[in-house]
Design a binder for this molecule. Structure first.
Ligand SMILES: Cc1cc2nc3c(=O)[nH]c(=O)nc-3n(C[C@H](O)[C@H](O)[C@H](O)COP(=O)(O)OP(=O)(O)OC[C@H]3O[C@@H](n4cnc5c(N)ncnc54)[C@H](O)[C@@H]3O)c2cc1C
Length: 246
């Protein structure tokens, strides 16, 4: 690798120094990291009780009942007075699915300004699957060992070729914003996502479900862990009401 290329690689999207605590590793090179939060069960209770000019400093049993009632009767707005700020590293195809969730704020790593990552998603052999059935009712079956390995090899070959082409074009002076055209959707990207509990529950409801693609399911499960840790009563009520966002 040339000295110039090495310098540019310093600006790659990987930020290992911040991947310490509050991080759940997902897939082969991804993670969900809770960068910050302002999220408690009490925020739900106080948002609801302001209707009666009441405010609590601590949760009690009646407040837990109130949260269950709000969830069950789909009074959704008291679940909006909180926020979770996540830092996520995921393949581009997962990020595309994620960005469809309009309620929330996103900022993504830019392949115009920094060099693309050379980390690409290669599924574990047990995650290589076939697709059986009709749209809306697919089932995903494991494939034999030989096909699983061949798939992984084919992916690696394409990734290697794509990335070396990208590097060659950048080294030759082509703008990153154009050279990135060769990058496959299995390349990793990074983004920040800030979301309130109501929209987070909608995301988890749709994306941690069996009907969601397996890769985003793993991310949604990681998001749900943080949600359950910060807002345990709200999370339990969400689960008890069939995992439907209020
Ligand atoms: C299994 C699965 C398969 C999918 N397949 C496809 C596909 O093939 N093609 C495709 O394009 N997308 C697909 N999607 C994406 C899907 O259509 C939604 O865009 C995505 O799940 C975001 O959901 P949402 O709109 O509920 O979330 P958000 O955008 O976060 O919205 C949250 C809620 O706010 C309300 N809301 C937001 N915006 C509006 C609005 N403009 N008008 C009224 N209410 C609004 C709604 O109540 C909504 O549920 C798929 C999603 C899943 C889970």
């Amino acid at each position: 690798m040339s000295a110039g290329a090495a310098t540019r690689l310093d600006a790659m999207s990987v930020m290992p120094e911040v991947i310490t605590e509050n991080t759940v590793h997902v897939l082969d090179h991804g993670f969900v990291r809770l960068d910050g939060s302002m999220a408690t069960d009490l925020s739900v209770v106080n948002a609801a009780r302001v209707s009666f000019a009441r405010r609590k400093e601590e949760m009690d049993e009646s407040d837990e009942g109130l949260i269950r009632f709000l969830m069950r009767d789909r009074h959704g707005t008291p679940f909006e007075h909180n926020s979770f700020r996540f830092h996520i590293r995921a393949p581009i195809f997962v990020a595309r699915e994620w960005f469809r969730h309009r309620v929330g704020s996103f900022n993504e790593f830019s392949m115009r300004y920094a060099k693309a990552t050379d980390d690409f998603y290669v599924p574990e052999p047990e995650d290589v699957r076939s697709q059986v059935g009709k749209p809306g009712a697919y089932s995903f079956e494991p494939v034999d060992e030989e096909l699983a390995e061949r798939t992984r090899e084919e992916l690696r070959d394409v990734y290697e070729h794509a990335f070396s082409t990208y590097e060659r074009l950048v080294d030759a002076g082509v703008a990153r914003e154009l050279a990135r055209s060769v990058m496959p959707v299995g390349a990793y990207t990074e983004f920040f996502w800030t979301v309130n509990a109501r929209a987070l529950m909608n995301f988890v409801s749709l994306r941690a479900a069996d009907t969601a693609q397996r890769e985003i399911q793993r991310y949604a499960e990681a998001v749900e862990l943080f949600f359950a840790e910060k807002m345990p009563v709200t999370h339990a009520a969400f689960v008890a009401t069939g995992r439907v966002a209020p």
